[in-house]
Design a protein around this ligand. Structure first.
Ligand code: FAD
Ligand code: GLY
Length: 376
């Protein structure tokens, strides 16, 4: 039997970020990971910090994304200093490209609300897009330049957070699955894993799309669905562009090692992490439509991951009941890399009773609300 002050279930970016933010405040948590650290969605991600490109309206989720994005420069420096791992924060920005007339209209609307919201969003005419990124398809209709939508290496971010947490005293237990959880009368949690039995004061559920089945063990029915994403990497013979190019059918994210990540499909409800030939064909065609010279590049890898989806696409971040020392942080859907910084910090504050950002919009739904979602 082992004891832990805080036991975190799942070692993706969310679990590792929470372990790191707790560790830098002196709390040495235990992270129990079924496979290897960062081996699922968190390594499948393209690493965009797309607070503007991914959000369609102002509101609490956009605010959380903007807050999280702003934390990355300091996080990069701290992780580099603590671990020597560079998360490859690329601050060249992102160009959301219009290929058709209806894209132009949508992007001008996005520019209007984001500018009114205090964000930088510059409309570029076709010739300005081509001056900025000459390898774009010559028939581009214009683009929205978002200079603060940066990107990182998602696998390196997760590994760096895990390494920093470990150096500060966190215990990372890999190859171990949580099987059963019970609350004892004294309020502690008894957690059975495939290796050991743990007694913990707090538990934190960060098991990605698999969190639903863990929350069920505590009597919480939080609807979730996998949103499968397939991606591939290309290696051009010479660098073609330096900014993330986000088109109507795919995005292209240039990485420090010379690869370009082409992503990503979206399939609701698929639980497998395999790549189909059809997805590869579709991604390649979409990439060539955006940057024709990619046809000459090498195809180096393809992969898939499961985005943790919720009914309203808001994450669940908060305590499971006021009396329980149980917290959930999952359902970050397309933005888990972006939101890992603010979520890690917010959950650490919650556990320590420190002032935390407003999380009401992400509170795990009450049973009544869940029923409303399911009824339609
Ligand atoms: P995961 O990374 O899935 O981690 C959960 C972990 O829990 C897993 O390692 C799993 O093994 C473990 N686990 C499950 N059950 C148990 C158990 N019973 N016991 C122990 N461990 C358990 N986000 C962005 O911000 N920017 C992007 O550019 C971006 N691109 C993406 C591209 C693709 C193709 C995909 C698929 C996702 C992308 N995302 C992106 C989304 C992002 O990857 C996810 O939101 C994020 O990684 C979720 O992290 P997580 O830690 O919650 O889940
Ligand atoms: N945020 C990009 C994706 O989820 O594909």
């Amino acid at each position: 039997m082992q004891t832990a002050e805080v036991l975190i279930i799942g070692g993706g970016v969310m679990g590792c970020s929470i372990a790191f933010h707790l560790a830098r405040r002196g709390i040495k948590s235990v992270v129990v990971e079924r496979d290897a650290i960062g081996s699922h969605a968190s390594s499948a991600a393209a690493g965009m910090l797309g607070a503007q490109v991914e959000m369609d309206e102002p509101g609490p989720l956009t605010d959380f994304c903007l807050q999280s994005r702003s934390m990355f420069p300091a996080l990069q420096a701290e992780l580099l200093e603590r671990t020597g791992v560079d998360i490859e924060l690329n601050r060249a920005g992102l160009l959301k490209v219009a290929r058709f007339d209806e894209d132009v209209k949508r992007l001008r609307e996005r520019q209007a609300w984001q500018t009114a919201y205090g964000q930088t969003a510059r409309w570029l005419k076709p010739e300005e897009c081509l001056a900025l990124e000459p390898s774009l398809h010559p028939e581009v209709r214009g683009g929205l330049y978002l200079p603060e939508d940066w990107q990182v290496s998602a696998p390196k971010l997760t590994q760096a957070l895990a390494a920093a947490a470990q150096r500060l005293g966190a215990n990372l237990v890999q190859g171990t699955e949580v099987r059963a959880i019970e609350r004892s009368p004294d309020g502690t949690w008894h957690v059975d894993t495939t290796q050991e039995h743990w007694i913990a004061d707090w538990i934190v559920i960060t098991a990605g799309v698999w969190s639903q089945s863990i929350a069920e063990k505590l009597g919480w029915h939080l609807p979730m669905t996998p949103v499968k994403g397939e991606s591939l990497a290309l290696r051009p013979k010479e660098p073609l562009f330096s900014r993330t190019l986000f088109g109507p059918e795919c995005y292209l994210v240039p990485k420090a090692n010379g690869e370009i990540i082409v992503g990503a499909t979206e399939r609701d409800g698929a639980w497998d992490e395999e790549v189909t030939a059809e997805a590869v064909q579709r991604l390649l065609q979409s990439a060539f439509n955006l940057v024709p010279r990619l046809r000459d590049s090498l195809h180096t890898r393809s992969w898939a991951g499961l985005r943790p989806g919720t009914p309203n696409r808001f994450p669940y971040v908060g305590q499971l009941g006021d009396e329980n020392r149980a917290v959930i942080a999952t359902g970050h859907y397309r933005n888990g890399i972006l939101l890992s910084a603010a979520t890690g910090d917010a959950v650490a504050r919650l556990l320590l009773g420190e002032p935390a950002p407003e999380l009401a919009a992400f509170a795990p739904m009450s049973q009544a609300d869940v029923q409303k979602w399911e009824e339609g």
